[in-house]
Design a binder for this molecule. Structure first.
Ligand code: KIV
Length: 274
Protein backbone atom coordinates (compact mmCIF):
# COMPACT_ATOMS: atom_id res chain seq x y z
CA UNK A 1 0.00 0.00 0.00
CA UNK A 2 1.35 3.48 -0.87
CA UNK A 3 1.61 6.21 1.77
CA UNK A 4 -1.66 8.15 1.97
CA UNK A 5 -3.61 5.38 0.28
CA UNK A 6 -6.54 4.03 2.29
CA UNK A 7 -6.99 0.31 2.62
CA UNK A 8 -10.32 -0.66 1.11
CA UNK A 9 -11.65 -3.68 2.96
CA UNK A 10 -14.52 -5.62 1.47
CA UNK A 11 -17.51 -5.59 3.82
CA UNK A 12 -17.73 -8.75 5.87
CA UNK A 13 -20.16 -11.34 4.52
CA UNK A 14 -23.70 -11.62 5.80
CA UNK A 15 -23.97 -14.76 7.93
CA UNK A 16 -26.75 -16.44 9.87
CA UNK A 17 -25.55 -14.83 13.09
CA UNK A 18 -25.37 -11.44 11.40
CA UNK A 19 -29.02 -11.76 10.34
CA UNK A 20 -29.90 -12.52 13.96
CA UNK A 21 -27.89 -9.52 15.13
CA UNK A 22 -29.72 -7.31 12.61
CA UNK A 23 -33.02 -8.50 14.06
CA UNK A 24 -31.85 -7.75 17.62
CA UNK A 25 -30.58 -4.31 16.57
CA UNK A 26 -33.78 -3.48 14.67
CA UNK A 27 -31.99 -3.18 11.32
CA UNK A 28 -34.30 -4.38 8.55
CA UNK A 29 -33.01 -7.13 6.23
CA UNK A 30 -33.21 -6.37 2.51
CA UNK A 31 -33.64 -9.42 0.29
CA UNK A 32 -34.46 -9.99 -3.36
CA UNK A 33 -34.48 -12.92 -5.75
CA UNK A 34 -31.88 -13.30 -8.52
CA UNK A 35 -31.18 -16.08 -10.97
CA UNK A 36 -28.03 -15.02 -12.81
CA UNK A 37 -24.57 -13.47 -12.47
CA UNK A 38 -25.39 -10.01 -13.86
CA UNK A 39 -28.34 -9.30 -11.58
CA UNK A 40 -26.55 -10.84 -8.60
CA UNK A 41 -23.75 -8.30 -9.20
CA UNK A 42 -26.28 -5.44 -9.33
CA UNK A 43 -27.86 -6.61 -6.07
CA UNK A 44 -24.41 -6.86 -4.46
CA UNK A 45 -23.48 -3.32 -5.46
CA UNK A 46 -26.71 -2.06 -3.91
CA UNK A 47 -25.86 -3.69 -0.56
CA UNK A 48 -28.48 -6.45 -0.59
CA UNK A 49 -28.29 -8.58 2.57
CA UNK A 50 -29.84 -11.77 1.21
CA UNK A 51 -30.14 -13.05 -2.36
CA UNK A 52 -32.66 -15.85 -2.92
CA UNK A 53 -32.43 -18.19 -5.86
CA UNK A 54 -36.14 -18.90 -5.67
CA UNK A 55 -38.05 -21.63 -7.44
CA UNK A 56 -40.03 -18.67 -8.81
CA UNK A 57 -37.44 -19.06 -11.57
CA UNK A 58 -39.85 -21.61 -13.03
CA UNK A 59 -42.26 -18.76 -13.72
CA UNK A 60 -40.04 -15.73 -14.33
CA UNK A 61 -37.12 -17.42 -16.14
CA UNK A 62 -38.77 -20.43 -17.76
CA UNK A 63 -42.28 -19.08 -18.41
CA UNK A 64 -43.97 -21.99 -16.63
CA UNK A 65 -47.36 -21.55 -14.95
CA UNK A 66 -46.18 -22.66 -11.50
CA UNK A 67 -42.96 -23.37 -9.60
CA UNK A 68 -43.61 -27.11 -9.61
CA UNK A 69 -41.58 -28.20 -12.66
CA UNK A 70 -38.29 -26.71 -11.36
CA UNK A 71 -35.67 -29.42 -10.82
CA UNK A 72 -32.75 -29.66 -8.42
CA UNK A 73 -30.32 -29.54 -11.36
CA UNK A 74 -31.94 -26.34 -12.65
CA UNK A 75 -31.84 -24.58 -9.29
CA UNK A 76 -28.19 -25.60 -8.85
CA UNK A 77 -27.36 -24.15 -12.28
CA UNK A 78 -28.95 -20.80 -11.39
CA UNK A 79 -27.44 -20.84 -7.91
CA UNK A 80 -23.95 -21.24 -9.40
CA UNK A 81 -24.58 -18.30 -11.72
CA UNK A 82 -25.69 -16.13 -8.78
CA UNK A 83 -22.83 -17.34 -6.57
CA UNK A 84 -20.39 -16.04 -9.18
CA UNK A 85 -21.80 -12.51 -8.75
CA UNK A 86 -22.21 -12.37 -4.96
CA UNK A 87 -19.57 -11.34 -2.46
CA UNK A 88 -21.24 -10.15 0.72
CA UNK A 89 -24.90 -11.20 0.55
CA UNK A 90 -26.07 -14.45 2.11
CA UNK A 91 -27.10 -16.87 -0.64
CA UNK A 92 -30.39 -18.61 0.09
CA UNK A 93 -31.60 -21.30 -2.31
CA UNK A 94 -35.03 -22.92 -2.61
CA UNK A 95 -35.55 -26.66 -2.30
CA UNK A 96 -37.71 -27.48 -5.36
CA UNK A 97 -41.09 -29.24 -5.16
CA UNK A 98 -40.74 -32.91 -4.10
CA UNK A 99 -36.99 -32.60 -3.56
CA UNK A 100 -37.56 -32.98 0.22
CA UNK A 101 -40.42 -35.49 0.32
CA UNK A 102 -38.36 -37.89 2.49
CA UNK A 103 -35.61 -37.20 5.03
CA UNK A 104 -32.98 -38.97 2.91
CA UNK A 105 -34.00 -37.07 -0.21
CA UNK A 106 -33.95 -33.78 1.69
CA UNK A 107 -30.47 -34.37 3.12
CA UNK A 108 -29.04 -35.43 -0.24
CA UNK A 109 -30.60 -32.55 -2.18
CA UNK A 110 -29.83 -29.87 0.42
CA UNK A 111 -26.22 -31.08 0.42
CA UNK A 112 -26.15 -30.69 -3.38
CA UNK A 113 -27.50 -27.12 -3.16
CA UNK A 114 -24.65 -26.27 -0.80
CA UNK A 115 -21.80 -28.25 -2.36
CA UNK A 116 -22.65 -27.69 -6.03
CA UNK A 117 -24.77 -24.54 -5.91
CA UNK A 118 -22.83 -22.60 -3.27
CA UNK A 119 -25.92 -22.07 -1.06
CA UNK A 120 -25.41 -20.76 2.47
CA UNK A 121 -28.97 -21.56 3.52
CA UNK A 122 -31.76 -23.62 2.01
CA UNK A 123 -35.43 -22.63 2.06
CA UNK A 124 -38.29 -25.08 2.20
CA UNK A 125 -42.03 -24.70 2.24
CA UNK A 126 -44.20 -26.45 4.78
CA UNK A 127 -45.81 -26.07 8.12
CA UNK A 128 -45.28 -27.78 11.46
CA UNK A 129 -45.02 -31.20 9.82
CA UNK A 130 -41.60 -30.14 8.49
CA UNK A 131 -40.17 -29.72 12.01
CA UNK A 132 -38.45 -33.13 12.00
CA UNK A 133 -36.92 -32.41 8.61
CA UNK A 134 -35.72 -28.99 9.73
CA UNK A 135 -34.15 -30.57 12.79
CA UNK A 136 -32.32 -33.23 10.71
CA UNK A 137 -30.97 -30.65 8.27
CA UNK A 138 -29.87 -28.45 11.17
CA UNK A 139 -28.08 -31.38 12.84
CA UNK A 140 -26.28 -31.95 9.54
CA UNK A 141 -25.03 -28.35 9.61
CA UNK A 142 -27.39 -27.02 6.94
CA UNK A 143 -28.92 -23.61 7.76
CA UNK A 144 -32.66 -23.60 7.00
CA UNK A 145 -35.21 -20.91 6.25
CA UNK A 146 -38.75 -22.23 6.77
CA UNK A 147 -41.53 -20.83 4.56
CA UNK A 148 -45.06 -20.37 5.94
CA UNK A 149 -48.19 -18.57 4.77
CA UNK A 150 -48.84 -18.92 1.06
CA UNK A 151 -46.79 -21.87 -0.18
CA UNK A 152 -46.72 -21.74 -3.99
CA UNK A 153 -45.70 -25.43 -4.19
CA UNK A 154 -49.17 -26.24 -2.76
CA UNK A 155 -51.00 -24.23 -5.43
CA UNK A 156 -52.99 -27.20 -6.73
CA UNK A 157 -53.93 -28.29 -3.22
CA UNK A 158 -55.08 -24.88 -2.01
CA UNK A 159 -56.63 -23.90 -5.36
CA UNK A 160 -54.77 -20.67 -6.12
CA UNK A 161 -52.52 -17.99 -4.72
CA UNK A 162 -54.45 -16.70 -1.70
CA UNK A 163 -53.70 -14.81 1.50
CA UNK A 164 -53.25 -17.27 4.38
CA UNK A 165 -54.08 -16.96 8.08
CA UNK A 166 -57.03 -14.59 7.84
CA UNK A 167 -59.26 -16.58 10.22
CA UNK A 168 -58.39 -16.76 13.92
CA UNK A 169 -57.95 -20.53 13.95
CA UNK A 170 -55.64 -20.52 10.90
CA UNK A 171 -53.68 -17.61 12.35
CA UNK A 172 -53.11 -19.52 15.59
CA UNK A 173 -51.96 -22.63 13.68
CA UNK A 174 -49.45 -20.50 11.74
CA UNK A 175 -48.22 -18.86 14.94
CA UNK A 176 -47.73 -22.28 16.60
CA UNK A 177 -46.03 -23.70 13.47
CA UNK A 178 -43.62 -20.77 13.38
CA UNK A 179 -42.58 -21.48 16.99
CA UNK A 180 -42.27 -25.21 16.27
CA UNK A 181 -40.01 -24.61 13.27
CA UNK A 182 -37.84 -22.20 15.25
CA UNK A 183 -37.55 -24.75 18.07
CA UNK A 184 -36.66 -27.43 15.51
CA UNK A 185 -33.65 -25.31 14.53
CA UNK A 186 -34.79 -23.10 11.64
CA UNK A 187 -32.45 -20.11 11.29
CA UNK A 188 -34.98 -17.86 9.54
CA UNK A 189 -38.61 -17.81 8.52
CA UNK A 190 -40.20 -16.46 5.36
CA UNK A 191 -43.86 -15.42 5.55
CA UNK A 192 -45.71 -15.02 2.26
CA UNK A 193 -49.10 -13.31 1.86
CA UNK A 194 -50.02 -13.11 5.52
CA UNK A 195 -52.10 -10.37 7.22
CA UNK A 196 -49.71 -7.69 8.48
CA UNK A 197 -50.92 -7.91 12.09
CA UNK A 198 -50.32 -11.67 12.25
CA UNK A 199 -46.88 -11.37 10.62
CA UNK A 200 -45.89 -8.72 13.14
CA UNK A 201 -47.10 -10.88 16.03
CA UNK A 202 -45.03 -13.83 14.75
CA UNK A 203 -41.94 -11.65 14.13
CA UNK A 204 -42.08 -10.27 17.68
CA UNK A 205 -42.52 -13.72 19.20
CA UNK A 206 -39.59 -15.37 17.40
CA UNK A 207 -35.84 -15.08 18.08
CA UNK A 208 -35.03 -15.86 14.45
CA UNK A 209 -35.39 -13.26 11.69
CA UNK A 210 -38.69 -13.21 9.81
CA UNK A 211 -38.57 -12.04 6.19
CA UNK A 212 -41.89 -11.10 4.64
CA UNK A 213 -43.37 -10.87 1.16
CA UNK A 214 -46.87 -9.48 1.28
CA UNK A 215 -46.65 -9.70 5.07
CA UNK A 216 -46.41 -6.06 6.10
CA UNK A 217 -43.75 -3.80 7.60
CA UNK A 218 -43.65 -5.54 10.99
CA UNK A 219 -41.39 -8.34 9.69
CA UNK A 220 -37.64 -8.20 10.31
CA UNK A 221 -36.95 -7.97 6.59
CA UNK A 222 -38.55 -7.85 3.16
CA UNK A 223 -38.17 -9.84 -0.02
CA UNK A 224 -39.63 -9.42 -3.51
CA UNK A 225 -39.27 -11.24 -6.80
CA UNK A 226 -36.79 -9.23 -8.87
CA UNK A 227 -38.98 -9.11 -11.98
CA UNK A 228 -41.93 -7.71 -9.98
CA UNK A 229 -39.70 -5.14 -8.35
CA UNK A 230 -38.37 -3.81 -11.67
CA UNK A 231 -41.84 -3.89 -13.23
CA UNK A 232 -41.25 -6.41 -16.01
CA UNK A 233 -43.57 -9.20 -14.86
CA UNK A 234 -46.09 -9.76 -17.64
CA UNK A 235 -49.69 -9.09 -16.60
CA UNK A 236 -50.79 -7.80 -13.23
CA UNK A 237 -48.16 -7.07 -10.57
CA UNK A 238 -49.02 -8.54 -7.18
CA UNK A 239 -50.65 -6.08 -4.74
CA UNK A 240 -47.76 -6.48 -2.28
CA UNK A 241 -45.09 -5.47 -4.79
CA UNK A 242 -43.96 -2.07 -6.01
CA UNK A 243 -42.32 -1.10 -9.30
CA UNK A 244 -39.11 0.55 -8.08
CA UNK A 245 -38.11 1.50 -11.65
CA UNK A 246 -40.67 4.33 -11.46
CA UNK A 247 -38.73 7.56 -11.14
CA UNK A 248 -35.33 5.82 -11.47
CA UNK A 249 -32.96 6.00 -14.41
CA UNK A 250 -31.41 2.55 -14.16
CA UNK A 251 -31.90 -0.91 -12.71
CA UNK A 252 -29.00 -0.19 -10.35
CA UNK A 253 -30.80 2.89 -9.00
CA UNK A 254 -34.08 0.98 -8.65
CA UNK A 255 -32.43 -1.80 -6.64
CA UNK A 256 -30.64 0.77 -4.45
CA UNK A 257 -33.99 2.55 -3.88
CA UNK A 258 -35.54 -0.77 -2.83
CA UNK A 259 -32.76 -1.46 -0.29
CA UNK A 260 -33.11 2.06 1.08
CA UNK A 261 -36.92 1.80 1.31
CA UNK A 262 -36.70 -1.51 3.19
CA UNK A 263 -34.10 -0.14 5.62
CA UNK A 264 -36.13 3.04 6.19
CA UNK A 265 -39.36 0.99 6.58
CA UNK A 266 -41.04 3.08 3.88
CA UNK A 267 -41.72 -0.16 1.97
CA UNK A 268 -44.09 -1.94 2.28
CA UNK A 269 -46.68 0.81 2.71
CA UNK A 270 -50.30 0.28 3.68
CA UNK A 271 -51.43 -0.34 0.10
CA UNK A 272 -49.06 -3.33 -0.14
CA UNK A 273 -50.46 -5.04 2.96
CA UNK A 274 -53.29 -7.48 3.68
O1 KIV B 1 -39.33 -18.54 -5.05
C1 KIV B 1 -39.45 -17.38 -4.64
O2 KIV B 1 -39.16 -16.41 -5.32
C2 KIV B 1 -39.98 -17.19 -3.30
C3 KIV B 1 -40.59 -15.85 -2.97
C4 KIV B 1 -41.57 -15.99 -1.89
C5 KIV B 1 -39.59 -14.83 -2.61
O3 KIV B 1 -39.95 -18.07 -2.49
Amino acid sequence: MYAGEREVRPQSPVTVSRLQRMKRDGEKIAALTAYDYSFASVLESAGMDVILVGDSLGMVMQGRETTLPVTVDEIIYHSRCVAAGRQRALLMVDMPFMSYATLDQALANAARLMKEGGAHMVKLEGAGEQAELVSRLTLAGIPVCAHLGLQPQLVHKIGGYKVQGREDAAAQVMFDDARLLQDAGADALLLECVPAALAERISRALRIPVIGIGAGPGCDGQILVLQDMIGITPGRTPKFSRDFMQGQGSVQDAVAAYVQAVKAVSFPAEEHCF
